[in-house]
Ligand binder design. Sequence first.
Ligand code: NAP
Length: 283
Amino acid sequence: MSSNIGVMGHPIGHTKSPVFQQAGLDELGIEETFEAWDVAPEDLEEKVATFRASGFLAGCVTLPHKQAVIPMVDELTEAAEAVGAVNWIFNRDGKLVGHNTDGSGFLRALKEKAGFDPKGADAVVFGAGGAARAIVYALKGAGVNRLTIANRTVEKAQALASDFSEGRFKPNAIDMSRDSLSNHVPYATLLVNTTSLGMAGGPAELATPVTAEMISADAVGYDAVYAPPMTKFLREVEEAGGEPAGGITMLVFQGIEGFEMATGQKAPVDTMFAAIEKALKEG
Ligand code: NAP
């Protein structure tokens, strides 16, 4: 029999979520196993339907299902609606609520682990995919001053900028050429990589969206990529004299918000971080 909490994706073998989620459940004495469910797209609807069962708590949703599950839930939170993706589904007495904690997880990681409050900051986000959408939503809510979205396909950056433009808040959209980047990157105190550049097993593991000579020594560089923990982008930030911060903290904090909404209890944050750090060290 399946457990009442877990993560579903396809493939799912690489997921780090059960490691820290299980540590949290065990610490609070909640007798559940946080499972990893490999769910192919054609089986998604059937799997989501099982989330309505009495006693079922929540399902975390990862690639490639974050958008596909939207029509399968009964209600979306404001965050899920704005980001256009669901990374948690909660069972509220048979009613399924889709939520998104990627943006709030990023923000908490930035504030609590990188020690940076983006309010009033000038920021550049590299990338315009799913992670970028959640992060742009979070940075807008956190009150950044100027926001630039740089993407290989500039039309996607323009669409993202336009979706979040409101009143005085109007993100710039640029391509990733050196010329375009040089007008924005040196003046930013927050740089966020949300492209898959640098990702182990991705299209360009040794690549970076930007190099050290363009980066301010006052900048914090956050990489949504978490494997490897020290990406080429983060090494460039460090070489420039800035503060590098890897994406594992965003992954854990998105999970912590989901854990708290699923269990109704405060998550044992230190225990959950200790579990993931131990697992990463052991490889
Ligand atoms: P996505 O929607 O597929 O977007 C991928 C982005 O990377 C697009 O902006 C794409 O540009 C860009 N890109 C891909 N290959 C490129 C290349 N060779 N040169 C330049 N740009 C390239 O993916 P996503 O869901 O946003 O995920 C992006 C990364 O964030 C992944 O590494 C993922 O693991 C990570 N992530 C981390 C967390 C966390 O909790 N830490 C959460 C979500 C995602 P185009 O638009 O031009 O194709």
